[in-house]
Design a protein around this ligand. Structure first.
Ligand SMILES: *Cc1c(COP(=O)(O)O)cnc(C)c1O
Length: 323
């Protein structure tokens, strides 16, 4: 096992609600990774347990990472970096510079004391070079920086989701989901591919599900097939004892108008679930993904839905919901 630093509150609950089964149209168990922490909650913290352990082992003082202006990954990194005593610089993509006061994830980035730089979408295409450049500049000043790729999505980060499936295995063995011993599929939102890759490896390794349904929130199926395969390969190189990953079917049919933008039907779905079950989904990832699952033509009969968090992103979208 690779070094891991304890950041998340685990295990997260396995949650079921009959009204949710009815709305989604299949038997859904929710893995509540929206409850992995307080303000740092969501899927990214499981990846950060491995990534920040590596940064600690290398005696780095700065953490550099990137994302959209309402990036959950950037916010979780900023908060966990503060917890562990790192300085943190976030490179955030913004078409127009966000207005103050900052809301949602950006507000938390600021609260955590992260240095925030906004770049245009064109500049953001070169994010990896920009981060490497900054790492070099810092090292010339005697500071060592650790670069985390977008979404924490590389082989090392993906190990967080291999371990999440190990956690689900233990919960099923303990009877947390009654007499359910495994699922037909794990369904999840896919934004940078690391969660899908780790889940596919872990689901196979621990017999949690035969396949993974990844609902894209940006980019198309061909893109994610390539990205997920690359991350799976990287994780295998780090942990050769892992078995072959469960097949991942990527659906790009439910992105809607674009990244972080929703259709009225997607918003109504999120509102209905909150009102009928108390479960709060976010409009950028988990809400879009569960909406997509509910509309899939070949819906799996028993699904483990990974609730990956994203609450601050919802709170930043009040105007889109209740204008
Ligand atoms: C980042 C994120 C995802 C997507 O995970 P990836 O590993 O980037 O594909 C899903 N849901 C939420 C809330 C996220 O913040």
């Amino acid at each position: 096992m690779r070094p891991r630093t304890s950041l998340a509150h685990l295990p997260t609950p396995l949650w079921h609600h009959r009204a949710l089964d009815e709305i989604v149209g299949t038997n859904v168990w929710v893995k509540r990774d929206d409850m992995t922490a307080g303000a740092a909650a969501g899927n990214k913290i499981r990846k950060l347990e491995f990534l920040l352990a590596d940064a600690l082992a290398r005696n780095c003082t700065w953490i550099l990472t990137c994302g959209g202006s309402q990036s959950n990954h950037a916010r979780a990194t900023a908060l966990c970096a503060a917890e562990l005593g790192f300085k943190c610089h976030l490179l955030l993509r913004a078409k127009n510079r966000p207005h103050r006061p900052f809301v949602g994830n950006l507000m938390l980035d600021e609260l955590a004391g992260a240095k925030v730089s906004f770049v245009t979408p064109d500049q953001y295409q070169h994010r990896e070079e920009l981060l490497e450049q900054e790492k070099t500049e810092l090292s010339q000043r005697g500071d060592s920086a650790y670069v985390i790729p977008e979404g924490g999505s590389n082989g090392l980060g993906a190990l967080g989701y291999v371990e999440a499936m190990n956690e689900v295995r233990t919960q099923l063995d303990q009877g947390v989901a009654g007499d359910i011993t495994d699922f037909d599929a794990v369904a999840l939102a896919c934004g940078s591919g690391g969660t899908a890759a780790g889940t596919a490896l872990g689901a196979a390794r621990f017999g949690v599900a035969r396949r993974v349904v990844a609902l894209a929130v940006c980019d198309d199926r061909t893109y994610f097939d390539t990205v997920i395969a690359r991350i799976v390969k990287e994780a295998h190189a780090l942990q050769p004892e892992l078995v072959e990953a469960a097949p991942v079917s990527v659906s790009d049919a439910f992105i809607g108008p674009g990244y972080a933008e929703t259709t009225p039907a997607q918003r109504e779905f999120i509102v209905r679930i909150a009102r009928c079950t108390g479960l709060v989904l976010d409009p950028v990832y988990s809400g879009k993904a569960l909406y997509g699952l509910s509309r899939l033509p070949d819906k799996p009969a028993r699904v483990l839905f990974l609730h990956t968090g994203g609450l601050p992103g919802l709170l930043a979208q009040a105007a889109a919901f209740f204008a």
